[in-house]
Design a protein around this ligand. Sequence first.
Ligand SMILES: Cc1ncc(COP(=O)(O)O)c(C=O)c1O
Length: 405
Amino acid sequence: MHEHLASLIAREQARQRDTLSLIPSENLTSQSVREVLASGFSHKYAEGYPGSRYYAGNAVMDELERFAWHRAQQLFATDYHVNVQPHSGSEANLAVYAALLSPGDTILAPALDHGGHLSHGHAVTLTGKLYTIVRYGVGTDGRFDLGQVRELAKTHQPKLIVAGVSAYPWQLAYLPFREAADLCGAALMADMSHVAGLVAGGQHPSPFGIADIVTTTTHKTLRGPRGAMIFCKPDLASKIDKAVFPGLQGGPHMHTIAAIAQALTEASEPSFTSYAQEVVRGMATLANTLSAGGCQLVGGGTNTHLALIDLRPHGLTGRHAQDLLERVGLVANRNSIPHDQAGPRNPSGLRIGTPWGATRGLASAHWEQIGSLITGLLTGAMTEETARLAVHELLTTIPIPHQFS
Ligand SMILES: Cc1ncc(COP(=O)(O)O)c(C=O)c1O
């Protein structure tokens, strides 16, 4: 390996060892996942699908992809058709739009500053340019305004409704979105990217049986490699598959598909259920400590893996708070909050989550300590030096488990 690359790898490993990621979309993967990812599966072109490839030599690839399908269906207890080829969550979502819509058609989706994702039709993305986007958001109680969703569905007659979030602290109930979709004959797409691991671990409602299509990334709470999957009802299978390949992509990343199969297998073990419980329990403890310490949580709290801190009462911007935390070894991300007057580059919120920390082995008492450190820093009651030493001490006592290092 080139020495510069080796040194970059070593530096990044040290950074991950010596700091704590509170970014709710990040996680550690097991050694097995990374071993599979680095396997010779990456050498093979397998354009097409099992039983119908464009190149020879794909008997093993066919078996591998079918194995991944089977693992995915088993984990989520579903008979939906599954496509494991999308290279990323954004491409999975784009493939769904391409499969079901024509340019100009209307999508009803969550607004970015109310918890949605760029790939849900934001103006800076291709999805926002190709389709007409109508946005729903949260009401005064910080929860999605389901009355607004129904009204917008009736008024704008979207062809597709998106239920899925990147920065929303509450569990999503999918049934009200189904009802809204049925009011206008729209298809319902659940994007469970953030919560897939919680769904697998029984800590979040499942969209299966309710949504027509379920998309997910595989690298967040699900603890797999970077990638994505699309599940759909059988009648949509052919359209979805064609939209992924040849519609948007060429050869599938078979090494990633294999690593996804490994992650899905790990997620079906009882220890993963305990992990998912620990993620939610840890977040509840962290949120309670933050609230008790004077932080204002967007939406009033959380019952998932993440929370958003409204920084305005502290007179801080998102960028300022992100930098402050990073200097003491806590890595979080600045985030827009509902009705944010500040722009997305320096918004008024800070997004925090427990998926990475729970994999590292942090439990409730540790989350209390992290919460106290964050409130101390944001309120100015604690010096950076004190917080830095406390983070260092905590992380020294809880090294990254061997299995994930
Ligand atoms: C809800 C949701 N959908 C889609 C994506 C896009 O995933 P990717 O970064 O793999 O394109 C994300 C990523 O953060 C997400 O949170």
